[in-house]
Structure formats: C-alpha cells, structure tokens
Design a protein around this ligand. Structure first.
Ligand code: SAM
Length: 287
C-alpha cells in the first residue's frame, strides 16, 4: 500500500470542504468506508500493469483504493464540483491519476490508456445499463470489469434461462463474459443510502465469445424476442423471418417463451440471420 494515501483527509471532510452534497440526478451515492473500497479494488486482481478506468470517481474513495493497489487510473467524472477533491487525490499519487471531466457515455473507453484495461466503478445507476452495453460491444478491449450495480440489475447479469431476471442483458453478458458475484452491499454503506441493495460483480471476457456473431444482430434478436417475452417465440420470430424455418434451423421449440431459451438459442438465431441475410443486402452493411 502506498503511504501517500494515509495523508489524505477522511472522505467526509473532503465532501464537506468541497460542498459535494449528493445530487440524485447524477446517481450520487458515495462510499466513505475505505475498507469497502479496498475490497472492491482487490476484486479486480493485480492492477500494477496497464490502465484502470473508473467511471464516476466522485470525491475519490474508490479512486484512492485503486491507486493504493498500484493502479494507473483514468477517471471520468461528469460533476465538475469534484475537480478539486480529485486533484488532491492525484497530488498524493503523482502521475498516476488522469481525470476526464465529462459524460462517460460519450467516451470511447476501449481506446483509453494502455492494455490490460480494467474497468472498476461504483456506477451511477441511472446510466449503468447503457454503460455496460457499451463495454460489451467492445469487450475485447477490456481485461476485467468489476462493477457495482443495483442488485436487481446484477441478478439479471447472471440469471439463467427460466430463472428470475433472465433478460436481454443476461444473454448479451453471458455470450461474451463469465459473470461472478463478488459481494452484496447494504444501502447503509452509502452516503446517502440508496433505496435498494447493491452488488459488486466481476465480468471476465471469454477468450472467445460463445458464438462469433455480430453484436448488432444479437442485440436485434434479443430485443425482438424479449420485446414480447410473454408470448411463445413463434410470434416475435415473425419479424425476423418464417418462424417455422428459423425454429427448425436453430433447434428451437416454437412454443417456448424467450425467457425459457438458452443463451445459445439466441446466438443461433443471430447466426441464422447473418448467414441468410448476407446475400440479400448490399455488401458492407451488417444485419
Ligand atoms: N466512486 C464514488 C464512490 O464510490 O463513492 C462515487 C460513485 S456514485 C454512485 C456515481 C458517480 O458517477 C458520481 O460521482 C456521479 O457524479 C458520477 N456520474 C454520474 N453520471 C455520470 C456520467 N454519465 N459520466 C460520468 N460520471 C457520472
């Protein structure tokens, strides 16, 4: 651990001195317990090589923990009020913290810093799903992602077919990553406390995806099938082609609902679409 961290003032004092009263619109629920932020940082493994990308450092509690573990951190923060507090953290770890002031949704995170790239963040819940989809889209750029979500969203990431929460996000995530629960976090750990329990999840990109199909096609198939999740899949499949042909080609029981299909079934439909529509579209356009 780097001794410089010991010299930094308690987070409660930092928040008071810089007037960082939490803003709901920015999903601000701060972690002030440095033992907890260290546990999150440790879940990302050895951080001494490459880059750690943190979304939403806020007053810098998790940022400190990441820097203490030897990381070089690129932190993206939308709230300009955090600038001075983060500058103090950066000064305690010279040359190791870069802060980008802006919206993480606008950043090409796959191009930030050097590899191996890890993402470690206590995510702003209002944008956690679009952020995750963005990382999944470019998953090869990332080594590990350790992310805090609302527990209900985390449950969707590892949900199995037929289980509660099995959804579009489960398929996209499990297609590309191994998903491991790390630990749950009680609302009381945050200032201010959110209404619900949170969970830290580790996503490890698979060496190869379960099937090599275009991201946009898997997105289209999952959106189509889960768009009518209460209906048997033969109904929503009509928008993609002849349901009988698709089910036959992909080994799918047309009477099942989307939430009962294994992840591979969505991928087989995506593969079928890619193959059958490749010849019927102008070249250069994905399905
Ligand atoms: N990392 C800090 C912690 O653990 O105490 C703060 C986490 S808080 C849940 C989420 C942080 O994300 C806030 O600092 C908020 O200002 C920031 N944030 C919200 N929306 C953002 C966005 N679109 N891009 C970048 N940062 C954002």
């Amino acid at each position: 651990m780097n001794d410089a961290a010991v010299d930094l003032p308690p987070l409660r004092e930092v928040i008071a001195r810089h007037g960082l009263d939490a803003r709901k619109a920015l999903g601000q629920h701060f972690l002030l317990d440095l033992n907890l932020t260290r546990r999150i940082a440790r879940a990302a493994g050895d951080l001494s090589e490459g880059t750690v990308i943190e979304v939403g450092p806020g007053p810098g509690g998790l940022t400190r923990a990441l820097l203490e573990q030897g990381a070089r951190v690129i932190a993206i923060e939308k709230d300009a009020r955090c600038r001075a507090a983060l500058a103090e953290v950066g000064a305690a770890f010279p040359g190791r913290l870069t802060v980008i002031e802006g919206d993480a949704l606008d950043q090409d995170m796959a191009a930030l810093g050097t590899s191996p790239r890890r993402v470690v963040a206590n995510l702003p819940y209002n944008v956690s799903t679009p952020l995750l989809i963005g990382w999944l889209r470019d998953i090869r750029a990332f080594d590990t992602l350790v992310l805090m979500f609302q527990k209900e969203v985390a449950d969707r990431l590892w949900a199995r077919p037929g289980g509660r929460g099995f959804s579009r996000l489960s398929v996209l995530t499990q297609w590309l990553c191994a998903v491991n629960p790390v630990f749950d976090v009680n609302p009381r750990a945050f200032t201010p406390p959110p209404k619900v329990t949170s969970a830290v999840v580790r996503l490890t990109p698979r060496e190869a995806p379960l099937m090599d199909v275009p991201f946009a096609t898997v997105e289209r198939v999952t959106a189509t099938l889960f768009g009518q999740r209460r209906k048997m899949v033969r109904a929503p499949l009509k928008t993609l082609g002849d349901p009988a042909v698709i089910c036959d080609a992909c080994g799918i029981d047309p009477m099942l609902r989307a939430e009962q299909l294994p992840v591979e079934a969505f991928l087989r439909v995506a593969h079928w679409l890619t193959v059958t529509q490749a010849g019927s579209r102008p070249s250069g356009h994905g399905p």
